[in-house]
Design a protein around this ligand. Structure first.
Ligand code: C2O
Ligand code: CU
Ligand code: CU
Length: 544
């Protein structure tokens, strides 16, 4: 495809419809954010006072038979997010973030989720190389115990053997906000569901979150998100900072009402029937409070040593460009050692690092030369006012450090070539109309669970060209991919390694390459701006 034709497509993308800008103007303006910010109506705490919480690590209920088994209850509890304020949230196991799962490569795990929330839920392990059944397809609902009985009867619904026989279409006729959508393949259970993950994948930090059709964004906002690590012996042997010097950081913005409740502009605050957000938030919901591991602008005490930071942007729509700044204004290097799907071949050093919703980075930051008592602030160059701050590290003491950053981190990265690709597919991510309302479309169409958008053969290598009007962080289930190009040029420094989410910037096109291996079945790809996702920007990928 020639450059001219690419630009032509960009021009017809609906850029003008979405933003009133031409592609070139959109590229030159590159707004820092796609979305609108909610204002909190409660006094907000000063930055860098609240200690950084570390999410509890979930203990298995059994480890016999080569499988680790876990139980997670989804329930509403009041959580102290702002100091002294109790905020009702939807949680995994009563905390936000939910408990962290620690998995070992090659060792399957089963997580039994129990839904005690007032609405159906779906659990997705983001970045997991999962078989299709437990992958958290948006119509594979776990209904609450008291949810209206789907038409047609469901007496045998929790029995796995009968689940495949259940008529998913009738389950959709309940008050589940499916906007008339029918999905004959939906697998619906009541109260509980076992999610089994093979854990046959490269070590990395994954996350689990809600994925219910039409209501993913508000469910994640209310708290349904947690971390999930995959580790192996090879990575453990590298000598990277470990133990207390490996710190997970789940970054998410929120906004609070005067009573401590989370603000969210849902059309139906019960999240039962009517999906969507108020019109001014259609491009995405931003909060004015930056939380890390569920604490506002926290501070973490560290040794003057190297730290490994495992960073996730769990925000619905907010983008960050992170930098680490000392009290005397020095910027520390951010040494990237891993991407969404695990270790890079070799470290890449950044001065600042953009991170879009759902992206993860594995970074080493060296505090060795920072004077004791000083702080290193993590700042967001895209923020304004208080959203410029993210968190701070306070250097408490000198300490010995025998960690290292090996010049070669991994040798198992795939080397796919454009010439291996069976074909090149093109997908435009852009604003449009959906059921008579504003929507977000892929290839001109809103999501329909009953339609197969792309069919590939197991094992095929494919190149996908993704084209955006505004910011769209595009995520593929099941597979990791490499970025081949952006706007016809070399990928950016932070595109290195294996990704599962790529941040498309306004007016941009990018090419990614992957091999569709793993499992056959129905998977998704979608925009991970959670509001876009709920308003149609998802599509089905059938691996046959
Ligand atoms: Cu975090 Cu379907 O994704
Ligand atoms: Cu995912
Ligand atoms: Cu989007």
């Amino acid at each position: 495809m020639t450059r001219r034709r690419l630009l032509g497509i960009g021009g017809t993308l609906g850029l003008t419809a979405a933003t009133g800008l031409s592609a070139a103007a959109a590229l030159s303006r590159r707004p820092a954010a796609t979305g609108a910010e909610l204002r909190s109506a409660i006094p907000l705490p000063p930055a860098f006072r609240t200690p950084l919480p570390l999410p509890p690590v979930l203990k298995p209920v059994s480890t016999s038979g080569g499988v680790d088994r876990y139980k997670v209850t989804q329930r509403e509890v009041k959580v102290e997010i702002l100091p002294g304020v109790r905020t009702p949230m939807w949680t995994y196991e009563g905390t936000f973030p939910g408990p962290t799962i620690e998995a070992r490569r090659g060792r399957p795990i089963t997580v039994t989720h129990r839904n005690e929330l007032p609405v159906p839920t779906v659990v997705h392990l983001h970045g997991g190389r999962n078989t299709p059944t437990p992958d958290g397809y948006p119509t594979d609902l776990v209904l609450p115990e008291a949810w209206p009985e789907p038409a047609g009867g469901t007496s045998a619904m929790h029995q796995m053997a009968d689940m495949s026989l259940m008529d998913g279409m009738s389950a959709m006729s309940g008050p589940s906000g499916m906007a008339g959508m029918r999905d004959p393949r939906a697998v619906v259970t009541r109260l509980t569901r076992d999610y089994t993950f093979p854990t046959d994948q490269r070590p990395t930090m994954l996350w689990y979150h809600d994925h219910r059709m039409d209501f993913t964004a508000p469910a994640i906002w209310r708290g349904l998100a947690g971390l999930h690590f995959v580790r192996d012996d090879a990575e453990d042997a590298l000598g990277l900072p470990a133990g207390a010097r490996e710190v997970p950081l789940m970054i998410a913005d929120r906004a609070f009402d005067s009573d401590g409740n989370l603000k969210y502009p849902a059309l139906d605050p019960s999240l039962r029937d009517r999906p969507g957000v108020r019109e001014s938030y259609l491009a995405g919901v931003l909060g004015d409070v930056i939380l890390v591991n569920g604490a506002p602008w926290p501070v973490h005490e560290v040794d003057a040593a190297r730290y490994r930071l495992r960073i996730l942007n769990a925000s619905n729509a907010r983008h960050y460009e992170l930098e680490a700044v000392t009290d005397d204004g020095r910027r520390l290097d951010l040494v990237q050692i891993g991407a969404d799907q695990g270790l890079l071949a070799a470290p890449v050093t950044h001065r600042s690092l953009p991170i879009a919703p759902a992206e993860r980075y594995d970074l080493i930051v060296d505090f060795t030369d920072v004077p004791g008592g000083d702080r290193v602030r993590i700042r967001n160059r895209l923020g304004a006012g208080r959203t410029r701050d993210v968190m701070a590290f306070r250097i408490a003491r000198k300490a010995a450090d025998d960690s290292r950053i090996p010049p070669v981190l991994a040798r198992d990265l795939p080397s796919w070539h454009q010439s291996d690709a069976v074909r090149v597919r093109e997908f435009a991510f852009r604003a449009g109309r959906m059921h008579g309302h504003h929507g977000w479309l892929i290839g001109g169409r809103p999501f329909d669970p009953a339609r197969t958008d792309v069919t590939v053969n197991l094992g095929d290598v494919g190149v996908w060209r993704l084209i955006a009007d505004v910011h769209h962080p595009v995520h593929l289930h099941l597979v990791g991919f490499q970025v081949l190009s952006r706007g016809g040029r070399q990928p950016l420094a932070h595109d290195a390694g294996l990704k599962d989410t790529i941040s498309l910037r306004p007016g941009e096109s990018a090419e990614i390459i992957t091999r569709f291996d793993g499992y056959r079945g129905r998977y998704l790809f979608h925009c991970h701006n959670a509001e876009h996702e709920d308003m149609g920007m998802m599509a089905n990928l059938e691996i046959g």
